[in-house]
Design a protein around this ligand. Structure first.
Ligand code: FES
Length: 438
């Protein structure tokens, strides 16, 4: 709940229950439902009012709750997808396809018992009760004296940071701290040590393909906030910690960064060209690692004997994962120990990586993984925000939470595999006899 003096009281009926909360005046109805009421069946999937994932029934009309201020909905009656489930418990009114997704009641009971450890009734009317739908995602987590973090992101793909002016942000309402890469350098902590294709969660700097490597492996420490230059659009440049999420975001917009733009490339293979801009000083030619795998002599012999040789180039575009729940992280620092609560695809890897960065024994780092809300790979590795909330918690002396919105996720989530894959293969009796790169 906000501590801002400008907060407004919003009273609503949601799924037949009266609810009330004091919120920042520019809180959206969808944020009110998700963060304040815990109705996470309403989603934010586009940030641009196009997808409809945030649709609710407001006073008899379907509205996109990402386009309505909570304050404007005050006094109204809202039905969320959870309320629909409660109203249609007997499936009347559902299309047969929708009915097919409904679970038999014993299965629902079992899932609730498993999920809630038996501490919540099966059919709480306002929550729908059926079908089971409430994950324990961080959007709902709210600790005592919880502060919020927001990040300012780079609009440049590659640029020198000439100066950062944070004075106006520091003076903004509710701001507890404004932190930059220069401040991080004062901590004495290291950067994130992610390498391509680590082999092991415990020894996370151990590369795979060791027997096939033909050179060194990229191992450049990645600071949570850069000191000298930015290296991709959306890289976090500064962090604001404030009493509320909206105050943190508003203050981040007051930070002035003077950039000196540098040449950039868009396609991954363009980064390997001889005249490509150099991204990291210690990684010549921007090459992460190179490995040769397979039996070159056998492949050569097969091509020599082949009746037909075909050449194709396969291109796979870069992808952005769009998980149901965007990334979130809560950092705590108590008695010299750090706790990170964040949905991930492996707490052990994060814990070992954080202990090395923070310079503490792994027993002093706890990583908790609640319901993730979709993984698909990008949540495997440690993100700058997960490290930064621990830093912010130590600076502010408070529990600090950050949660991404969809637009931020497109800028700052790890992206997947843009591939250009030239291949040649030789055929014998219409079957592939051997394949190789040209
Ligand atoms: S239309 Fe509201 S989140 Fe997409």
């Amino acid at each position: 709940m906000t501590q801002d003096a400008a907060a407004v009281l919003v009273e609503l009926e949601v799924n037949g229950e009266a609810v009330a909360a004091r919120v920042d005046p520019h809180t959206l109805l969808v944020e009110f439902q998700r963060a304040h009421l815990g109705f996470t069946g309403t989603h934010v999937d586009c940030d641009t009012s196009q997808c409809g994932a945030c649709t609710v029934n407001l006073d008899g009309l379907a509205v996109k709750s990402c386009t309505v201020l909570a304050a404007h909905a005050a006094g109204g009656k809202v039905i969320t997808v959870e309320g629909l489930a409660a109203q249609h418990r007997n499936a009347a009114g559902f299309h047969p396809v929708q009915q097919a997704f409904r679970l038999p009641r014993p299965a629902v009971r079992l899932l609730h018992a498993w999920h809630d450890h038996g501490d919540r009734p099966l059919s709480a009317p306002a929550r729908g009760g059926h079908p089971p739908r409430r994950g324990k995602h961080l959007h709902r987590a709210r600790g005592q004296r919880q502060a919020w973090a927001a990040f300012l992101h780079s609009p440049h793909a590659h640029a020198r940071i000439l100066s950062i002016d944070v004075e106006a942000a520091r003076a903004a309402p509710g701001v507890l701290a404004v932190l930059t890469g220069a401040d991080y350098a004062q901590t004495g902590w290291k950067g994130i040590d992610h390498i391509p294709n680590p082999a092991d969660a415990i020894v996370h700097t151990q590369p795979t393909f060791t027997e096939f490597l033909t050179g060194s492996v990229f191992n450049q420490r990645h600071l949570p906030l850069p000191v000298d230059k930015v290296r991709h659009v959306g890289e976090a440049v500064a962090m604001v910690v404030a009493e509320t999420a909206l105050q943190a975001r508003d203050a981040a917009e007051l930070i002035l960064v003077d950039y000196g733009p540098l040449p950039a490339v868009v396609q991954a293979d363009d980064a390997l060209a001889g005249n490509a801009p150099q991204l990291w000083d210690g990684v010549p030619g921007n090459l992460c690692f190179q490995a040769r795998i397979g039996d070159a002599d056998a492949a050569r012999a097969a091509f020599t004997r082949a009746a037909h040789v075909v050449r194709r180039e396969f291109r796979i575009s870069r992808i952005v994962i769009c998980q149901m729940e965007p990334r979130s992280a809560i950092g705590l620092h108590e008695d010299g120990a750090y706790t990170l609560i964040s949905g991930s695809q492996g707490s052990v890897r994060l814990k070992m990586s954080l202990a090395g960065i923070l310079g503490v024994a792994s027993e002093h780092v706890r990583v908790v993984c609640p319901d993730v809300g979709g993984g698909f790979g990008p949540r495997t590795f440690l993100y700058v925000e997960q490290l930064a909330v621990l830093w912010a918690a130590r600076v502010a002396g408070r529990q600090v939470k950050w949660t991404s919105d969809r637009s931020e996720a497109f800028l700052s989530d790890h992206q997947g595999r843009r591939r250009r894959d030239p291949r040649r293969g030789c055929l014998r009796r219409r079957r592939l006899a051997a394949g190789a790169r040209p």
